[in-house]
Design a protein around this ligand. Structure first.
Ligand SMILES: Cc1ncc(COP(=O)(O)O)c(C=O)c1O
Length: 380
């Protein structure tokens, strides 16, 4: 580190050089990420609350009031207005909190959780950190959690079953309604990971898409992960965790002697209020109608992409249920396809099960990007 400070203009210039090495969502080249261009209204709201610390809410009662309103609005989107929860960093932290609540609720010596084979890797982290035994349920022929497999895995040590509404690799929605019944019958905590689908399934249903129930309207659902920084258009890092009952937060509460609140249930201590402000602003600014449009447009482009992929001679892994297209070829490996696409400037990602090229049609992808991509795919 140098002794004397550097003038700020020079600093910004230096930073720009680093920034120029990054890809941008705006370029339309990022095809394999669940993040997107944050909406400018959310960015402005975020920047207004940079000093707000929700880890010490007595100092920031305005921001705390915003968080309460955001949680109620997200709850309303997900079938229950009077839910309890927090705005946190993302899906990983939300899933970690849900698994911690489920574990703490049960006094079991060797706790187990049951997740589908398609579950996000954050459950492996949660299992590791919380000393949970991870039991992996098979998928059915449509890549959804297999119910017979779940029932076989249930044991007296099961503290939670996890279903996914919008799987990371294929965008599939697990049979949450059946899982809700199974969990009610067996008195087991059911967590729904809707990090990706939480901000689109309800809005797509509004505009006529035939998608299954997955939220608090199902009585067995105990908690839901929903990420504003994915389909919610909020700046990163912004995640959400919602619990059906306050007691699920209370079983994780730790005393916080020197702060303005007595107890804290979140994983992190200091917690930005900016993410909450951004989420609040976007929910108000876009409204239900705005989010319906966002999801509908993504689905329209998804279908165009799926058709283009098939016409180019590739095999779709599955009919897209949400805005993800996964495909492979009978002639070249997916690694080879990815390499060829990368040479043409496209940042795609690989699905692991089954092995496929995976494209998430996020709101930053416009028709012209997808048309250019299909054109390149025809020439690899
Ligand atoms: C279904 C699902 N859950 C959880 C996560 C983790 O979210 P984050 O990366 O925000 O921690 C992801 C990320 O893609 C996801 O797709």
């Amino acid at each position: 580190m140098q002794d004397k400070g550097i003038p700020k203009e020079q600093i910004y210039q230096m930073l720009r050089k680093y920034k120029n090495n990054d890809l941008t969502h705006r370029s339309g080249k990022i095809l394999g990420s669940m993040c997107t261009c944050p909406d400018p209204v959310g960015v402005k709201a975020y920047s207004m609350f940079l000093e707000s610390n929700l880890g010490d809410p007595g100092l920031f009662p305005g921001t705390k009031a915003l968080e309460n309103e955001v949680i109620a609005m997200l709850g309303e989107i997900l079938g229950k207005k009077d839910v309890h929860g927090h705005i946190i960093t993302g899906g990983t932290e939300a899933n970690l909190m849900a698994m911690r609540a489920a574990r703490n609720l049960c006094n079991v010596k060797d706790p187990e959780i049951i997740v589908p084979k398609s579950a996000h890797f954050s459950f492996k982290k949660a299992a590791d950190m919380l000393c949970l035994d991870l039991k992996v349920a098979d998928l059915d022929e449509d890549y959804k959690m297999d119910l017979a497999s779940v029932e076989n895995l249930i044991s007296p040590n099961t503290v939670s079953v996890v279903g996914v509404a919008g799987t990371t690799e294929l965008g599939k929605i697990d049979p949450i309604s059946d899982l809700s019944n199974i969990c009610l019958e067996n008195d087991i905590y059911l967590h729904v990971d809707a990090a990706f689908g939480g901000y689109s399934i309800p809005f797509l249903k509004d505009v006529g898409y035939d998608l299954p129930e997955f939220d608090f309207s199902l009585p067995g659902v105990s908690s839901i992960t929903i990420d504003p920084h994915k389909m919610g258009l909020a700046p990163i890092p912004t995640g959400g965790i919602l619990f059906r009952e306050r007691k699920f937060l209370e079983v994780m509460a730790i005393e916080t002697p020197y702060l303005t609140e007595d107890l804290q249930s979140t994983v992190v201590g200091t917690r930005t209020g900016a993410a909450t402000a951004a989420t609040w602003a976007l929910l108000k600014y876009l409204g239900r109608g705005g989010y319906q449009e966002v999801s509908r447009k993504c689905m329209e482009i998804t279908y165009i992409l799926a058709e283009g992929v098939e016409k180019a001679g590739f095999e779709l892994i599955t009919h897209p249920e949400l805005n993800i297209v996964a495909f492979r070829s009978s002639e070249i490996s997916v690694e080879e396809i990815a390499r060829k696409l990368e040479n043409k400037g496209w940042a795609v990602s690989l699905a692991s099960y089954p092995k496929a090229i995976r494209i998430i049609v996020m709101p930053h992808l416009k028709l012209e990007h997808i048309e250019a991509f299909i054109n390149d795919l025809n020439h690899i």
